[in-house]
Design a protein around this ligand. Sequence first.
Ligand SMILES: [Fe+2]
Length: 326
Amino acid sequence: MPVPKSNLYPDFNIVRLSHVEFMVTDLAASKAFYADTLGLQISYEDSETVFLRALEERNHHCIILRKGQKAEANVLGFKVYDEQDLDKAEIYFKEKGLPTEWIERPHQGRTLRTQDLHGIPLEFYARMNQLDPIHQQYKLYKGVRPLRIDHFNCFSTNVDESVAFYNDLGFRVTEYTEDEESKKLWAAWMHRKGGVHDMAFTNGRGPRLHHTAFWVPNPLAIIDLLDLMSTTGYLENIERGPGRHGISNAFFLYIRDPDGHRIEIYCSDYMTVDPDLEPIKWDLKDPQRQTLWGAPAPRSWFEEGTTFANTEISDSQLAAQPIVAP
Ligand SMILES: [Fe+2]
């Protein structure tokens, strides 16, 4: 299926991705990883949860760590433009036959809970508690100096279906790969906020969360993180990189948190706000699509991901591609 034409006037206005909630089996270990090693800032914590934000963010949280028995992702959060958009979102998802529920979420205003077509749990809100700016408090800059959450990447059992669903929500495709034989999409990168992506989908057993990415100021921050992780007991948590992606042109590093949730450290992709921006198509056989330069990705990177709470997973509808060292 070709990439659908962008929907420039969706039924409601999503501003950007906002936050993720992870279930973690050892809250202290996860807090040490995200706050002390990566350098995210704690905005609230109690015996069950830790809420964190990155250094440029005024919103209360971009990641919530919640103590639990099983390491999984509870929800992917998105910000909409205003309260009316939330009401329009409720009507939209109800008309799609998807479950909707208004939930109480600390530090957020009205929050609508629903799911996507494959069962990925989603929540939408318009207003989150606003905190004082800290982006010029340079004494707080440590670890990888994370500035903001950048994107989610998910395994999808049918990327064409995922792209059609999010396209209708107003997400616009910036780059994609296609299976040459079937002409079905293999992977796609889609944005709302004007970068290469807020959401990406890759063919695979799903739905599962492949990674959550944080934007950092420059590649040197990534090198500094590697020095830090390799000398503070986190050597085994470094999974892939550093390198530069062909797709997105970003400088990257993939690491795993203490429960195996994958985090990408990401910087320097490009602006995509033009409504007539043509998506870039990549050949699946082009090894530079994943790694413009850098070491090949390990098998774990292709196969492992975080399951979503209370969400069934199934095999992909496209046969697996042989793992080609990119
Ligand atoms: Fe990514």
